[in-house]
Design a protein around this ligand. Structure first.
Ligand code: URA
Length: 298
């Protein structure tokens, strides 16, 4: 959530706690709230006034959220136990992934962390895929479905995969974290902490061992920190577009689709697309002239 919107939300909650039921809303505030449908009772200061229902407004403010809140301080999150040790049983990829998924579904920490409403979110797609797309953690829609990338970011990821000439079923999609991180705000998704990702990393390592992809695409900065190790100085601009390795498998970092949703400039789209052209080259997918030119300035 933007600082402005965050401040409005906090102020509205404060007023609500003080028992205020209706508030005036000025033009600048109304603009900030624009993405959400405006309550019909909201009027600008100085105009013929009807008051906005505060409870409604608090809800609408929360619904306006499109940007992830800042990560919560690690100290406010309970420390997790030692990460699980995974020793895959002998067998083919199908039986191994079934075994792993059972193990994750029965993981007491995952069950405790996911809360009472959400589901544990397992990876899905081809178990012999050449490409693994890895996100940081499930969002609200994913925790409802129990599968990764269902919301807006997921729909954009589908489009990206389509642009590569593939379908979701041709790749494997997963997250480092297997549950949606609990968020103390009633809107948006919280990025996972390093501790949370550290706990779940053995599950992702096992997925990689089973699938043996040719390439891993790490989506976003948090995922990069989870897979490559934390580095507060790491910036997307300096790590995207070059090859890294995870368990000796080539790994590329690119912008998270949810970042693209908020920054949908031609330049950012082209940067992501160039990363994916590199992926297509690496896995020897055909690349047409048309694909080469996607998101270039006209
Ligand atoms: N949904 C996911 O499954 N992963 C992300 O990183 C974001 C949304």
């Amino acid at each position: 959530m933007s600082d402005g919107l965050d401040a409005i939300y906090n102020e509205l909650r404060r007023l609500q706690k003080e028992g205020v039921a209706y508030v005036y809303v000025d033009g600048a505030t109304k603009d900030l709230l624009k993405p959400a449908p405006q309550p019909t009772t909201v009027r600008e200061r100085g105009k013929p006034v009807e008051h906005a229902n505060l409870a409604e407004l608090v809800k609408k403010t929360a619904a306006t959220e499109t940007i992830k809140p800042e990560p919560v301080a690690e100290k406010s999150v309970k420390r997790l136990p030692t990460p699980p040790q995974i020793e895959l049983p002998e067998g083919d990829a199908t039986s191994q992934i079934q075994w792993l998924n059972e193990r994750i579904l029965n993981c007491t920490t995952c069950i405790e962390q996911k809360g009472t409403e959400g589901k544990i979110v397992l990876g899905n797609g081809r178990i012999d895929a050449d490409i693994i797309f890895c996100g940081e953690a499930p969002g609200t829609d994913d925790a409802i479905e129990g599968t990764p990338f269902n919301g807006g970011a997921g729909r954009l990821l589908d489009k990206i995969i389509k642009a590569m000439g593939l379908n979701r079923e041709d790749v494997y999609c997963t997250n480092i974290l297997k549950w949606r991180p609990e968020n103390d705000k009633p809107y948006g998704n919280r990025p996972p902490t390093q501790d949370e990702m550290h706990f779940c990393l053995p599950y992702f390592r096992a997925e990689v061992d089973i699938i043996q992809p040719k390439v891993i695409v790490a989506l976003g900065n948090a995922t990069a920190n989870g897979l490559l190790g934390p580095d507060p100085k790491r910036r997307m601009a300096s790590i995207r577009g070059t090859w890294h390795a995870f368990q000796d498998i080539p790994l590329i970092v690119t912008f998270h689709p949810s970042y693209l949703l908020r920054n949908d400039t031609l330049k950012t789209k082209r940067m992501v697309w160039e990363d994916l052209l590199s992926v297509m080259e690496k896995v020897e997918l055909p690349i047409s002239q048309k694909q080469q030119g996607f998101f270039l300035p006209k």
